[in-house]
Design a protein around this ligand. Structure first.
Ligand code: ADP
Ligand code: MG
Length: 248
């Protein structure tokens, strides 16, 4: 793949297990229980897109990326917080209000809206918007509530598969970073449960390029584990989430 670039997560440790950061032309899934930090990572990515030091690309490409880059945040749970964006931005010396202006937030109340918003991103790009980051937080919650029970499983996986195809296409065609979150049940008996435990396991697992499982530990510390990557080894690291945001 040509013209790859990386967006830092804000944590060198986390960037390192990802092979340099959030990689363009791929869909990166952050899975983990409630409160493990998925939404925080998504917020931090939006902030980091406005920070030249946090974009890793060769000179010419970096110039293109930095030409008024925008993030799309598809929020299915109503957990996007503008004030948190401002807090994270100011912690790294950016103008919080300016950063906010470059995030297009779309609140999706059901899976049809969620899928439609993802499809609309292409139109925005074709209109000339320099969209470089697409977030779906969460990828699976609407599907989980709308398609319950065994009888709906096939339909759910089929729709989720279609949605993932849309996201993969955006990543590939427009050299974007696509970040999705996926809530999985906490497992007291194991640090990390099997990948299949994640809702939508099979489909998501095969359509996301990178899968990272998160777990909250003591205080502000988090564990992250890269799982089932096609060309990177499974790896584990720690990072922190504080008032400043995501960092080592
Ligand atoms: P989820 O994985 O459910 O999306 P979140 O990303 O919402 O989890 O993480 C929520 C956690 O992030 C909180 O429990 C807290 O530990 C941390 N957090 C959120 N905002 C702040 C903040 N302003 N200062 C410090 N920690 C924060
Ligand atoms: Mg969340």
């Amino acid at each position: 793949r040509k013209n790859l670039w990386w967006l830092s997560t804000g944590s060198k440790n986390l960037d390192s297990i990802l092979g340099g950061g959030l990689e363009s032309q791929s869909v990166i899934e952050f899975a983990g229980p409630y409160g493990s930090g998925k939404t925080q990572i998504a917020h931090q990515a939006c902030v980091n897109l406005q920070c030249p030091e946090r974009i890793i690309a060769d000179e010419k490409l970096k110039e293109e990326i930095l030409d008024n880059p925008k993030a799309v945040y598809i929020d299915t749970e109503g957990t996007f917080r503008p004030e948190r964006i401002i807090e994270m931005a100011e912690a790294i010396g950016l103008d919080g209000k300016e950063v906010l202006k470059n995030i297009k937030v779309a609140r999706a109340y059901n899976s049809d809206m969620q899928m439609l918003y993802a499809e609309k991103v292409e139109e925005l790009i074709q209109k000339g918007e320099n969209i470089r980051l697409v977030i779906v937080d969460s990828l699976t919650s609407t599907f989980r509530t709308e398609y319950t029970g065994r009888g709906k499983l096939a339909e759910r996986q089929q729709k989720l598969g279609r949605h993932m195809a849309t996201l993969n296409k955006l990543a590939d065609l427009y050299n974007c970073v696509v970040l999705v979150t996926n809530q999985v049940a906490a497992r007291p008996d194991a640090i990390f449960g099997p990948a299949e435990q994640a809702i939508g396991g099979h489909i998501v697992g095969h359509a996301a390029t990178f899968r990272v499982f998160l777990k909250k530990t003591k205080g502000d510390k988090r564990l992250a584990r890269l799982y089932d990557s096609p060309y990177l080894p499974d790896a584990e690291t720690t990072f922190r989430i504080t008032e400043k945001g995501v960092h080592d």
